[in-house]
Ligand binder design. Structure first.
Ligand code: C5P
Length: 205
């Protein structure tokens, strides 16, 4: 069984994908982490994330980088959205994601284009969303917990800018696949969202 989980930043898609993988004992790939690794490698090489050539060169990153907590920061997330808009970067990461999806027994993948590009034949496609304000509040709380002093308005502006870039790039923009089911987590607790996701998978598989 292949489960595709797409959606914008801080929608809850990562938490839901991890929970589904645990529930169904499937391997899980957080595809955002691959784009974050490319962005981090560009920064390390003192390159320019807006340059396609620099970003493509960074696609040959060392897998050990995927475990670096730095990748989870907002700084790297923002630049991941810049490098991910380059068509050659998406092409360089395509096969790795497709072969993960094709492994025997299935897999759970989360990202922006799993249901549309990486695994268009996935058995179940979820599009996880929440209002920008609620996503900003979640992200703000998380950042404050980690000691950051950023304002809620700034977090909301960053989220809107990232949504805009991810939804309007020419290659594999973030969008709901025609056969995806929407899971709006705006007013759901984490547990309720996970239970709803499992119920949707049960209905569809
Ligand atoms: O999901 P996460 O916030 O880690 O993703 C970081 C960035 O990577 C996103 O803003 C998006 O630009 C890019 N991304 C993508 N396609 C995916 C996963 C992530 O373009 N499948």
């Amino acid at each position: 069984m292949i489960i595709a989980v797409d959606g914008p930043a801080a929608s809850g898609k990562g938490t839901i994908a991890r929970a589904l993988a645990r529930h169904y004992a499937l391997p899980h790939l957080d595809t955002g982490l691959l784009y974050r690794a490319v962005a981090a490698s560009v920064l390390r090489a003192q390159g320019d994330p807006a340059s396609e050539a620099d970003a493509v060169a960074a696609c040959e990153f060392d897998d050990a980088l995927l475990n670096d907590p730095w990748l989870r920061t907002d700084e790297v997330g923002k630049l991941a959205s810049v490098v991910s808009a380059h068509p050659l970067v998406r092409a360089a990461l395509l096969e790795r994601q497709r072969s993960f999806a094709r492994q025997p027994g299935g897999a759970v993948l989360d990202g922006r284009d799993i249901g549309t590009v990486i695994a268009p034949d996935a058995d179940v496609k979820l599009f996880v969303k929440a209002t920008p304000t609620i996503r900003a509040q979640r992200r703000h709380l998380e950042l404050r917990k980690n000691g950051a002093t950023i304002s809620l308005d700034k977090v909301l502006a960053d989220i809107r800018a990232r949504d805009e870039r991810d939804a309007h790039r020419s290659e594999a923009p973030m969008r709901q696949a025609a056969d995806a089911v929407v899971l709006d987590t705006s007013f759901l607790s984490i547990d309720a969202a996970i239970q709803r996701a499992i119920a949707l998978v049960e209905e569809r598989s």
